[in-house]
Design a binder for this molecule. Structure first.
Ligand code: KIV
Length: 314
């Protein structure tokens, strides 16, 4: 008999990451990858791939719901998708993006952030805006809610900004962005998304903060990066300059749809391997065509005496 013991299966439960884990990753000098997610299957794949932060972004409006901007996205939209992502993610820290006007007052912010945690299953929320949002961030953090800030291009302000463009190029804008980042840090946020900012400025902001910056279109000097998952996998119909597609899912889906349609037209889908058969004798009985079921009325036709009546028998 072998004296070697069988390998012990790893049954340790997957542990949910917390903001403390994110702070530790940052303190250890690790760069933090974050992705958006909007649905169960994609979130499960990203979680299994080890992505530590999943953002249910309000980019949902554009990339999943077909709106032009994020302005139309509602709390109900966000909660619906946050629940799906939270059900899928076993390890990643799930962040719910607070939609336009859902945090206009501290009271609204508390109520809606509470919904993200209680009803959506998120572990944190994200809020756009620098100094203008600092009081809201402070209120939420004071209530025990983990908050991620978001400065630079803030898509919910698109009607003030005019169009999607790089922020912080001038001296005044750059100073304002640094002040925004510091205000959000001092308000207690655990990290800050920095969107569409020149890379030198984003790196300078990162150097001056204790908390991690998560860049998108802000260069490699941030503490981490975030991408919209549809850009990452090549699902959208256009790729922003700051994104790098790592897969070509749009082409893969189109190719699958075309080949499927061809097979249906040719009658080659489904084939024997995608179909099931029953005992032919049972079918004969069901249709009343078995010898025992056929009554002889003398006509020589043989009428079914049992089974499922066919139209011609009625
Ligand atoms: O809504 C979103 O997807 C975002 C990311 C781009 C950071 O805010």
């Amino acid at each position: 008999m072998s004296t070697e013991s069988a390998p012990v299966p790893d049954v340790s439960p997957v542990r949910r990451l917390t903001v403390t884990d994110i702070a530790r990753m940052h303190a250890d000098g690790g760069r933090i990858p974050m992705l958006t997610a909007y649905d169960f299957p994609t979130a499960r794949i990203l979680d299994d791939a080890g992505i530590p932060l999943l953002l249910v972004g309000d980019s949902l409006g554009q990339v999943m719901l077909g709106y032009d901007t994020t302005i139309s996205v509602t709390m109900d939209d966000m909660l619906h998708h946050t629940r799906a992502v939270a059900r899928a993610a076993r390890r990643a820290l799930v962040i719910g993006d607070m939609p336009f006007l859902s945090y206009a007052t501290p009271k609204d912010a508390l109520a809606n952030a509470g919904r993200f945690l209680r009803e959506g299953g998120a572990q944190a929320v994200k809020i756009e805006g620098g100094r203008r949002s600092a009081r809201i961030v402070e209120t939420l953090v004071g209530a025990g809610i983990a908050v991620q800030g978001h400065i630079g291009l803030t898509p919910q302000s698109i009607n003030q900004i005019g169009k999607v463009r790089v922020q912080g190029r001038t001296r005044e804008q750059a100073r304002a962005l640094l002040a925004d980042a510091l205000a959000i840090q001092e308000a207690g946020a655990f990290s800050i998304v920095v969107e569409l900012v020149p890379e030198q400025l984003a790196a300078a902001i990162t150097e001056r903060l204790r908390i991690p910056t998560i860049g998108i279109g802000a260069g490699a000097g941030c503490s981490g990066q975030v991408q919209v998952v549809t850009d990452l996998i090549g699902l959208g119909d256009f790729v922003p300059r700051h994104a790098r597609p790592y897969a070509a899912v749009r082409e893969a889906i189109a190719d699958a749809a075309r080949r499927y349609a061809q097979d249906v037209a040719a009658g080659t889908f489904p084939g024997p391997e995608e179909s099931t058969r029953m005992d032919d004798a049972v079918l004969e009985q069901v249709l009343g065509r078995a010898t025992d079921d056929v009554a002889d009325d003398g006509s020589g036709r043989g009428l079914p005496s049992g089974g499922i009546p066919l139209d011609r028998d009625l």
